[in-house]
Write a protein that binds this ligand. Structure first.
Ligand SMILES: [Zn+2]
Length: 259
């Protein structure tokens, strides 16, 4: 039986508390929406801590972003949610937050695009990095447009993460998976660098999706996930300019206290 609007409001309040407890937001960051009908979206408002919301704080909007009901104001990031709902008729809920490790990758200009872990390859394929766009403007979503149809979660450069799915908990678990992946990737870097899976093994994981009832349809799209064959050999020759070489030597001497 489909959930009532009251139950769905309750789901948003619950996920708001969970993302707050996880440390994925600070102050009034983040937003959560659910598609209630063909032209009706239930959304968290602006200016409220998502860990401290009550049912009455939530607002209703149409698919053009006009507020239909609710006392509070809509978030400036509503345009991003509406774009995703329009491009993905299968998406019923969207979560946006700033989980620190994944957002660290997004801030360093790094996608989570290595074929490292079976769970990630099966569930998400990879997590692309979308170009930066000023929050609250259409530019925020421009960089996401090429990736929304194929991917389930996106890194937003210098900003955060957005994930979406069949319900608000599906979106929540995808973001949890992204943040977990980011932490593992970071630890692998600290321990000498990740060892990426070969292309044939990654393909086997894509092929196994049906067994796990995953209907994500991305594969080796848009250059990701990178396989072992795509990684540079450690003994590979590379070229740098004289100026770059001098600055590396300079830095090395400084680090060693030579001058
Ligand atoms: Zn944000």
């Amino acid at each position: 039986m489909p959930k009532t609007e009251q139950q769905l409001r309750d789901d948003i309040i619950r996920v708001g508390r969970m993302i707050c407890d996880k440390g994925w937001i600070a102050a009034n960051d983040g937003n959560i929406t659910i598609r209630l009908g063909p032209n009706l979206i239930l959304a968290t408002p602006t200016g409220v801590c998502k860990g401290m919301m009550c049912m009455e704080d939530l607002i209703l909007c149409d698919l053009d972003g006009n507020k239909i009901a609710g006392e509070r104001e809509r978030t400036s990031e509503m345009g991003m949610h509406l774009t995703i709902y329009k491009l993905r008729p299968d998406v019923m809920a969207i979560l946006h937050a700033h989980p620190p490790t994944a957002t660290g990758f997004a801030t360093a200009g790094r996608a989570l695009n290595l074929g490292l872990l079976p769970e990630i390859v099966i569930r998400l394929g990879s997590v692309p990095l979308c170009d930066y766009g000023l929050p609250g403007t259409p530019a925020l979503t421009e960089g996401m447009l090429p990736y929304i149809p194929k991917y389930e979660a996106l890194l937003m450069a210098n900003h955060g993460v957005v994930s979406y799915g069949s319900d608000v908990f599906d979106a929540y678990f995808k973001m949890e998976t992204v943040e977990h992946f980011a932490r593992i990737a970071l630890v692998a870097e600290l321990l000498g660098g990740p060892k990426v899976l070969p292309r044939a093994e990654i393909q086997k994981l894509f092929d196994s999706r049906k067994r796990y009832s995953v209907d994500s349809n991305n594969g080796f799209d848009q250059g990701a996930p990178l396989a072992a064959e795509d990684m540079p050999e450690s003994n590979e020759k590379f070229e740098i300019t004289r100026e770059q070489l001098l600055s590396i030597i300079d830095e090395a001497l400084k680090v060693r206290g030579v001058y």
